[in-house]
Design a protein around this ligand. Structure first.
Ligand SMILES: Cc1cc2nc3c(=O)[nH]c(=O)nc-3n(C[C@H](O)[C@H](O)[C@H](O)COP(=O)(O)O)c2cc1C
Length: 170
C-alpha cells in the first residue's frame, strides 16, 4: 500500500516524548567529550560538553549547544569566541572538573592562550579556536555557531561519554 500525503497526524500536532524517555534514548549516543573554553573582559571559563558538531568545511564551521544557565553562556556570547578542547582518553578528570562550577576553573590546569584569547588546555589531542558567527536559542539552550580560525593537534584516542559513563575506543 502506498502512503498518502494526508495519512496520519500533522507532525507539529504530535505530542513530545517524556523528558525521561528522551534522556534514556540519548544515553545510546556515544559522544566525544570536549571542554569549551571562553574568555571575556579578563574572565575565563571552561565547561564540559558533548553537544558539539562539525557543520561545514567551507568555511570551516562547528556548533555547540550551551545551556543559558551556564556561566560560560555569557562569556561565549559577549566574548564572541570559544575554543573546543577535544579531550583525550586519559583526561576524564578534566571532564569531571569542568562539569562543576569551580571558583577558579584554571587554578590547577595547564593551558596556553590562543589567538582568540581563549584558554587552550595542554594535553588535548585536538584544539579548535572559533570566532562566533551566529547563535540562536532552542528551548533551554543556545546553539552557538563558530568559524574555525585556528587548530592544532592531530587527534589521538578520544575520551567518550556513553550510557552515563566515560569510556575509550582503545
Ligand atoms: C559528559 C557531560 C557532557 C555535558 N555536555 C554539555 C553540553 O553539551 N552543553 C551544556 O550546556 N552543558 C553540558 N554539560 C554540563 C556542563 O558541563 C555543566 O553544567 C558545567 O558546570 C557548566 O559550567 P559553567 O556554568 O561554569 O559554564 C555536560 C556535562 C557532562 C558531565
Amino acid at each position: 500500500m502506498r502512503a498518502t500525503a494526508d495519512a496520519g497526524t500533522a507532525p507539529h500536532d504530535l505530542p513530545s516524548v517524556s523528558e525521561t524517555a528522551f534522556k534514556t534514548a540519548m544515553r545510546a549516543l556515544a559522544s566525544t567529550v570536549c571542554v569549551i573554553t571562553s574568555r571575556h573582559s579578563g574572565e575565563a571559563n571552561g565547561m564540559t560538553a558533548t553537544a558539539v558538531s562539525s557543520v561545514a568545511a567551507d568555511p570551516p564551521t562547528v556548533l555547540v549547544a550551551v545551556n543559558r544557565d551556564n556561566r560560560s553562556h555569557a562569556l561565549i556570547r559577549d566574548g564572541a569566541c570559544f575554543a573546543l578542547n577535544i579531550l583525550c582518553s586519559d583526561q576524564h578528570e578534566l571532564a569531571l572538573q569542568f562539569a562543576t562550577r569551580a571558583l577558579q576553573p584554571f587554578a590547577t590546569v595547564a593551558f596556553s592562550e590562543g589567538v582568540t584569547g581563549c584558554p587552550l588546555i595542554d594535553g588535548c589531542g585536538t584544539v579548535l579556536e572559533c570566532a562566533l558567527t551566529s547563535s540562536f536559542d532552542v528551548a533551554t539552550h543556545t546553539i552557538f555557531i563558530g568559524r574555525v580560525v585556528a587548530s592544532r593537534g592531530s587527534g589521538g584516542s578520544p575520551l567518550l561519554y556513553w550510557d552515563g559513563q566515560f569510556g575509550t575506543v582503545r
